[in-house]
Design a protein around this ligand. Structure first.
Ligand code: C2E
Ligand code: CA
Ligand code: CA
Ligand code: CA
Length: 279
């Protein structure tokens, strides 16, 4: 038993070493990725459930790694957040997304709103509202065409300060969305005080509706809550026509998910817009 313990320790140490090395090289190459333009923003349509047409798109960053291929954000956003690289990375994503949305507008697609995810560290940067304002004026995107996605846990860390930041952002004329709604612990009391425009129902609740009765009633509760607070409600992770018809029947405002379209490069999304793709 002792030997086994020793071996385990040795294996663990070796494992830890490789992990640390891998992490360090990942951090180094992520740093270069930002410089070398290896990052690319993909866009996933948000669809209006009444008209069936695209109302906007969410910006989702990807990393075109020279050796490893396309890497998803779950594999590098946490590292970027820990190391602070999220600040330049987030700034880059915002600028790129605003520029893209402006280009869609110039092609005659005036109604497309762009949604950009914020990380916790970005949200607490003192100059965030100023940075967002500068990005809007540099790219020429009208403020109403930009939405920022925050998560409940992000705004519940230090509520009073968060509400203050939300007001400063909202005063720019942009919109705010509460992402992954239902996973965190914001109360109705706070929800009422947040200057929000949108609630995004977390994907885990959209799973298996309507056959999962718990999820079905959670989704309906969120929809009516959103309605009474005057918020647009968006369901994400919609993969089937059963989910879609349930959401439509229960007056959800918008949907996003593979059923309509997975995230795609900006030019591919423009092509869908020009084709007039709808539900
Ligand atoms: P999120 O904000 O909740 O984004 C939705 C995720 O669900 C995306 O994963 C999207 O590709 C995926 N998705 C969309 N439709 C479906 C569907 O029908 N079924 C399933 N199973 N999944 C679907 P992705 O692109 O891998 O992004 C993961 C997370 O990474 C995002 O979750 C967001 O938290 C974060 N992220 C992505 N881009 C950025 C960014 O630019 N900045 C920051 N701070 N975070 C980002
Ligand atoms: Ca999001
Ligand atoms: Ca989400
Ligand atoms: Ca389930």
């Amino acid at each position: 038993a002792k030997d086994v313990g020793k071996n385990t320790t040795r294996i663990f140490t070796r494992d830890l070493n490789t992990r640390i090395k891998r992490r360090m090289s990942l951090e180094e190459s992520l740093r270069n990725a930002i410089k070398n333009e290896e990052l690319e923003v993909y866009f996933q349509p948000k669809v209006d459930l009444r008209t069936g047409s695209m109302a906007g798109a969410e910006a989702l960053v990807r990393w075109n790694h020279p050796d490893k291929g396309l890497i998803g954000p779950d594999e590098f956003i946490p590292l970027a957040e820990e190391t602070g690289l999220i600040i330049p990375l987030g700034r880059w994503v915002l600028r790129n997304s605003c520029r893209t949305a402006k280009a869609w507008m110039n092609h005659g697609h005036q109604c497309m709103q762009i949604s950009v995810n914020l990380s916790p560290k970005q949200f607490t940067q003192k100059d965030l509202p100023q940075m967002v304002g500068n990005t809007l004026s540099d790219t020429g995107l009208p403020p109403y065409a930009l939405e920022l996605e925050l998560t409940e846990n992000m705004v519940m860390q230090n509520v009073d300060e968060a509400i203050n930041t939300m007001h400063r952002l909202s005063n720019l004329g942009i919109q705010l969305s509460l992402d992954d709604f239902g996973r965190g612990y914001s109360s109705l009391y706070y929800l009422k005080r947040f200057p929000m425009n949108e609630l995004k129902i977390d994907r885990s609740f959209v799973d298996d509706i309507p056959s999962d009765p718990d999820n079905a009633s959670i989704v309906n509760t969120i929809i009516s809550m959103g309605r009474s607070l005057n918020l647009r409600v968006v369901a994400e992770g919609v993969e089937t026509k059963e989910q879609l018809s349930f959401l439509k029947k229960n007056n959800c405002d918008q949907m996003q998910g593979y059923f309509f379209q997975a995230p795609i490069p900006a030019l591919d999304l423009l092509r869908l817009l020009q084709r007039g793709k709808s539900l």
